[in-house]
Ligand binder design. Structure first.
Ligand SMILES: C[S@@+](CC[C@H](N)C(=O)[O-])C[C@H]1O[C@@H](n2cnc3c(N)ncnc32)[C@H](O)[C@@H]1O
Length: 196
């Protein structure tokens, strides 16, 4: 077989792979734009999840409240909320999720795991009442952080703990702590902690 023919075949194969990769990426983005408000349903890295649980435990012990209310803004498939609810059995955990499939999956897993102190709301978290909330956790899209910052300034009571994976809050929030966390996830290395 002639060498230039072989080279042409290799180029054609590369083009083929690039084409289907581009189609896949477009479909992936279109899906999350349509059903997840543009924020891909990616879970929080285990190492960051453990840190969040540490902060929640410390804060709930410090407050000594009978019911410590935690919400997850965009709870995805619910793994983070399940782990929080398991580690803080005295707390009430609520996951707020817009996607129908992610919401349904979370409810199913919660029921299968028989977790009692965990509930889900299929809703837009921008419209959620946060007056009784003691702690907020989130892993949101960078394009929402300014709007979320504004909302939390308006809605949270003084002293509420906020843990944000990967992106800092906008609207002038200054983190009380910024943690660099070693994780196996290439794009999740930072955790921002705030007390309103
Ligand atoms: C990156 S996932 C985070 C999942 C989970 N909280 C975790 O950390 O493992 C973000 C989720 O937020 C949801 N979401 C984005 N905007 C939302 C909104 N305004 N209201 C409710 N859910 C929203 C998306 O559908 C997506 O499932």
């Amino acid at each position: 077989m002639d060498v230039s023919f072989q080279a042409q075949q290799v180029i054609e194969n590369i083009n083929y792979v690039i084409f289907w990769l581009a189609v896949f990426l477009l479909a992936w983005n279109a899906y999350f734009l349509a059903f997840n408000k543009g924020v891909p349903n990616i879970r929080t890295a285990p190492a960051i999840r453990n840190k969040i649980i540490e902060f929640l435990k410390k804060d709930s012990e410090k407050r000594g409240k009978k019911t410590y209310n935690i919400i997850d803004l965009g709870s995805g498939n619910g793994l983070l909320t399940r782990e929080i609810a398991r580690h803080l059995p005295h707390a009430q955990v609520t996951g707020i999720e817009t996607s129908k499939t992610a919401f349904a999956w979370s409810v199913k897993m919660r029921d299968q795991c028989k977790i009692k102190n965990l509930e889900y709301k299929r809703a837009d978290f921008f419209a959620y009442d946060m007056s009784e909330v003691d702690a907020v956790v989130m892993f949101q899209g960078v394009h929402f952080m300014e709007k979320i910052g504004q909302m939390l300034h308006k809605k949270l009571k003084k002293g509420t703990l906020v843990c944000s994976n990967k992106f800092a809050l906008g609207d002038g929030w200054k983190p009380d702590e910024t943690l660099n966390v070693r994780t196996l996830y290439p794009f999740q290395k930072k955790l921002y902690i705030y007390y309103k």
